[in-house]
Design a protein around this ligand. Structure first.
Ligand code: 5GP
Length: 210
C-alpha cells in the first residue's frame, strides 16, 4: 500500500484555516486531521482531544524531551506541537494527514520530512483579514493587534510553500486544495510503486496468442 500524503496547511490568524481543514475532512474521509498538543486554555466550544489536546506546560516539556513531537512552536505566548506517533501511523495506513500549523512548525517539517505538500492560505485583502479576526470575537484588542502584526511577518515567510490558495469563498478554497491533493498523488515519484507493480504483473502475463 502506498503511504498517504502529508499536507501542511498554514496561514495568518483569521484566514479561515480551521474552516478549510474542517470542510476538507468532512468531504474526504481518507483525510486525518492531526490534533496538536497546546498549553493554551480551551476557547468556548473547544473540546479536549478534538480541537487540541490541552496540556500543562510541564507536560508539554516532558513530551518535548521524549521526542514526541514532529514539530513544535511557541505561538502567541503558548506552546503548540504535533504528536509524531499518530501522524506516522496514519501515513503508513495510507491515510492522508493534514497538519494545521504555523510557519515555524512548517519550516521544521520541511527540513525533516522528504515528501510533504505545503499549502499557505491567503486572505483576499488585508482589511478582510482584520475584519475576520475581529468578527470571531475570541481575542482582546491587544491580541488582535499581535495577530495582525504576525500576519504581515508570515506573509514574508512563504518561500517553503508549494501552493498559495486564496480563501475568499470557502467552497472554492476547499475545491482548490482537493485539486492539489489529486494532482500531487499523480506525481511521477509517487506513482513509481504502481508502475513497478504493473511491470511485475506484466512479466507473469501469458503473451502467447494461440
Ligand atoms: P490557535 O491558538 O488560534 O488555535 O492557533 C494559533 C496558531 O498556532 C495557528 O497559526 C495555528 O495554525 C498554530 N498551531 C496550531 N497547532 C500547531 C502545532 O501543532 N504546531 C505549530 N507549529 N503551530 C500550531
Amino acid at each position: 500500500m502506498e503511504d498517504g500524503l502529508l499536507l501542511v496547511v498554514s496561514g495568518p490568524a483569521g484566514v479561515g484555516k480551521g474552516n478549510v481543514c474542517q470542510a476538507l475532512c468532512r468531504r474526504n474521509p481518507n483525510l486525518y486531521y492531526s490534533v496538536s498538543c497546546t498549553t493554551r486554555p480551551p476557547r468556548q466550544g473547544e473540546q479536549d482531544g478534538v480541537n487540541y489536546h490541552f496540556v500543562s506546560e510541564q507536560k508539554f516539556k516532558e513530551y518535548l524531551q521524549q521526542g514526541s513531537f514532529l514539530e513544535w512552536a511557541y505561538v502567541h505566548d503558548h506552546y503548540y506541537g504535533t504528536p509524531v506517533h499518530m501522524v506516522r501511523q496514519m501515513l503508513r495506513a495510507g491515510r492522508d494527514v493534514i497538519l494545521e500549523i504555523d510557519t515555524q512548525g512548517a519550516e521544521q517539517v520541511h527540513r525533516n520530512v522528504d515528501d510533504g505538500v505545503f499549502i499557505f492560505l491567503l486572505p483576499p485583502t488585508m482589511p478582510d483579514l482584520i475584519r475576520r479576526i475581529k468578527n470571531r470575537g475570541t481575542e482582546t484588542p491587544e491580541e488582535i493587534r499581535k495577530r495582525f502584526a504576525r500576519a504581515y511577518r508570515e506573509l514574508g515567510e512563504i518561500e517553503i510553500y508549494d501552493y498559495l490558495v486564496i480563501n475568499e469563498i470557502l467552497e472554492v478554497a476547499v475545491s482548490t486544495v482537493e485539486a492539489i491533493i489529486v494532482a500531487e498523488k499523480c506525481r511521477t515519484h509517487r506513482r513509481r510503486g504502481f508502475v513497478q507493480q504493473l511491470l511485475e504483473k506484466g512479466d507473469k502475463f501469458d503473451l502467447s496468442l494461440d
